[in-house]
Design a protein around this ligand. Structure first.
Ligand code: AMP
Ligand code: MG
Length: 350
């Protein structure tokens, strides 16, 4: 057990003394959880294999699931990769700092613990003042996956990190609620067309504007099919609350009808039901624990609340979560990807 130090940082009035201390913890091989714009990250010195190894231990993360290296300046990229393809230069220009991770051929400086033995490394520059300062004060790139116990929904407030990682990390920096709420978009730029391995905070539509032709890893959460993922992390159970999640997919009025019917049946069997609804449908439900995630027409609002709502259902001890599907456009693609994984691909079509 570690003695986890909890610190609060106000983004608008940053205490540099604390940030320096946090950076020093990272540099000497410790673990610090910190906010980014996507989700909270669990950081370690990205050039120190033993330190990166501690991340896997703290999270219970499978050792073949590589980490993302976080940098604070594009200049740091050259030391981490063998070359930066033209496609990457254009994407970086447009989307860094931001929720976009690029997979490139790794240099010899990147320890194999970080890449889980792969010849490629994933790198991103976060768009969050606390994350950037932490990297600067650490003086090294920071290896960081999401700061949750492996398999659980990613943390979007510091309380989620505390619930999962108290006693397992050296410091947790509370910087308030994150803005995006789902992880970065992972893009493989070692090939053409560039390939999206994980949908996230930057949408396919945005990437197409810059990269033109973009392919999507077929293993990606298409609601109709599953195949073998190229991004190792995508094959594991993920984002799962204690409750069983079932997605109801189809036209929204029929989805609501089906959820009402299933709620009656499940409650009849003595099970407590949670309903993951939307602003457009919340008033249709009179039974169950109803939580509207956001606006169907603005899926980014749903992304921002999805993980915290999954955790909220657990706090309210529901047995089953019936989740409405949303359209897989814009941020809706990332939302459905996370929801499908949290449901173990359990989908009822109506
Ligand atoms: P997490 O930080 O928990 O969201 O996990 C990082 C994600 O990036 C996982 O889905 C990894 O599989 C993916 N990733 C990291 N490095 C690579 C890489 N070299 N090639 C492909 N995917 C990667
Ligand atoms: Mg994760």
């Amino acid at each position: 057990m570690l003695d986890t130090e909890l610190v609060k940082i106000d983004v608008n009035n940053i205490d540099h003394g604390i940030m320096k201390r946090a950076g020093a913890i990272i540099r000497r091989g410790g673990l610090v959880a910190f906010p980014t714009e996507t989700v909270y990250g669990l950081g370690a010195n990205g050039l120190d294999g033993a330190a990166a190894g501690r991340i896997f231990e703290a999270k219970g993360r499978p050792s073949d699931n590589p980490l993302i290296l976080h940098i604070s300046d594009v200049k740091e990229l050259d030391k981490l990769v063998r070359s930066v393809p033209d496609s990457a230069v254009r994407l970086i220009d447009r989307f860094w700092p931001g929720p976009m991770t690029l997979v490139m051929d790794k240099s010899s400086r990147v320890p194999e613990e970080v890449t889980a033995g792969l010849d490629t490394v994933a790198v991103r520059m976060p768009d969050h003042e606390i994350a950037i300062l932490l990297i600067r004060y650490a003086g090294v790139p920071i290896a960081a996956p999401s700061a949750n116990i492996s398999g659980k929904p990613s943390p979007t407030v510091a309380e989620h990190v505390m619930d999962d990682l108290m006693g397992r990390v050296d410091m947790i920096i509370d910087g308030g609620r994150v803005s995006i709420g789902v992880e970065s978009t992972v893009i493989d730029v070692t090939c053409l067309p560039v390939t999206v391995l994980r949908p996230g905070g930057i949408t396919l539509e945005q990437i197409r504007e810059v990269a033109g032709d973009v392919s999507v890893d077929p293993a990606l959460a298409d609601i109709d099919g599953i195949s073998v993922p190229r991004s190792p992390g995508m094959k594991y159970t993920h984002y799962s609350p204690e409750a069983q999640v079932i997605i109801i997919d189809g036209k929204v009025d029929r989805v609501a009808e089906k959820i009402k019917q299933m709620t009656r049946e499940l409650e009849g069997q003595g099970r407590k039901v949670g309903i993951l609804a939307t602003e457009q449908t919340r008033q249709l439900y009179s039974r169950g624990v109803v939580i509207p995630a956001g606006d169907r027409e603005a899926p980014g609002t749903i992304a921002a609340r999805l993980f915290s709502i999954l955790r909220e259902f657990d706090k309210r001890k529901v047995d089953v979560i019936l989740a409405e599907s949303v359209e897989e456009k814009d941020m809706g693609l990332a939302v459905m990807n996370r929801l499908l994984k949290s449901a173990g691909y359990n989908v009822i079509k109506v």
